[in-house]
Design a binder for this molecule. Structure first.
Ligand SMILES: Nc1ncnc2c1ncn2[C@@H]1O[C@H](COP(=O)(O)OP(=O)(O)OP(=O)(O)O)[C@@H](O)[C@H]1O
Length: 296
């Protein structure tokens, strides 16, 4: 079997072609709430520059894993290293530097309702760079709002005045405020209509390529997985049971993986992707450029 699709417990024994190129390394993580064991012996490596999709049934602990990686959830056991620093060791002065090197889009955007979009984007700038002038901070915030695909007028709007898709983009602008190396996205396309979701996928892909981001993306959206993810990590049985490309995962006979990717929705997403690929191939044969759902 290809070593990229592997039971985590076998990871340590394999030669590691990505040695030193994992901005996120999770080893033996255990998370327990009361008597409820969410993770037990969970391992995961995220490669530099990839978009890693994270999937699993509802309640399998995808968000808890993300919170563990960014230090919001202290695990009962295990280690988490991010950008070469331990997140699980006692807090130290490095902690603040690490937190400025990632951006997070939480489910629902998590915007401050009493602040405008620009003020929301300015929150991390004020926290981490209090010394910069008001004028420069406003300019950076405006740039991040535009980068996230919102019109300039959106800067002065309050979250309640935005559509669901605009709220996600505003949350993304805030996640990008500090020019992060890592971007964490928790179900970014949930609640968007299919056209809005496809546009958001393309925005993430474009930003990942332009800004050289490593992206940890929790999703239930099969189209997102097929369209923009380099690899997919599957959480089940309290662990990451497999990591690989979709074809690699399809070759595994785990029941949840088969049901997820080969169930009716999985097959529909595969068919849509095949049609999409065929259109792209035809257009590129004709010497034309690929279609861009963003219309950019
Ligand atoms: N702070 C907490 N205290 C107690 N239980 C918690 C806490 N946070 C999460 N849980 C529980 O941990 C489990 C995993 O939650 P999590 O939100 O990570 O699931 P998920 O895989 O992201 O689910 P979904 O796909 O539905 O968003 C759930 O049963 C949840 O109720």
């Amino acid at each position: 079997m290809d070593q990229t699709v592997t039971a985590p417990e076998a990871l340590a024994d394999l030669p590691d072609p990505f040695e030193g190129k994992y901005p996120i390394r999770v080893r033996g993580v255990r998370n327990v709430f009361g008597t409820h064991v969410i993770h037990d012996g969970l391992d995961l490596d995220v490669r530099r520059g990839e978009i890693l999709g994270v999937v699993g049934g509802s309640g399998t602990g995808k968000s808890v894993l993300m919170r563990t990686i960014i230090g919001l959830q202290i695990p009962d056991a295990g280690e988490v290293d991010v950008l070469g620093s331990s997140i699980t060791d006692a807090r130290d002065d490095d902690d603040i530097d690490i937190r400025s090197r990632w951006g997070v889009l939480f489910q629902g955007g998590a915007l401050f309702s009493t602040l405008t979009v620009a003020e929301n984007v300015e929150v991390p700038l004020r926290e981490f760079y209090p010394e910069i002038s008001d004028e420069l901070r406003h300019e950076i915030a405006r740039y991040k709002v535009l980068l996230s695909g919102l019109p300039a007028e959106a800067t002065s709007k309050y979250p309640a005045e935005l559509s669901g898709g605009m709220k996600k983009r505003a949350g993304l602008a805030r996640a990008l405020a500090l020019d992060p190396e890592l971007l964490f996205l928790d179900e970014p396309t949930a609640g968007l209509d299919p056209i809005g979701a496809a546009a958001f996928d393309q925005l993430i892909l474009k930003l990942q390529q332009t800004l050289d981001l490593t992206v940890f993306l929790i999703t239930h959206d099969l189209d997102t997985l097929y369209e923009i993810c380099d690899r997919v990590a599957v959480i089940a049985d309290r662990k990451v049971i497999a990591v690989g490309t979709i074809p690699e995962l399809l070759a595994l006979d785990h029941p949840w993986i088969q049901e997820y990717f080969n169930g009716p929705r999985g097959r529909a997403a595969q068919d849509a992707q095949a049609r999409h690929d065929a259109v792209r191939a035809t257009l590129s044969d004709d010497g034309r450029s690929s279609p861009d759902p963003d219309g950019a």
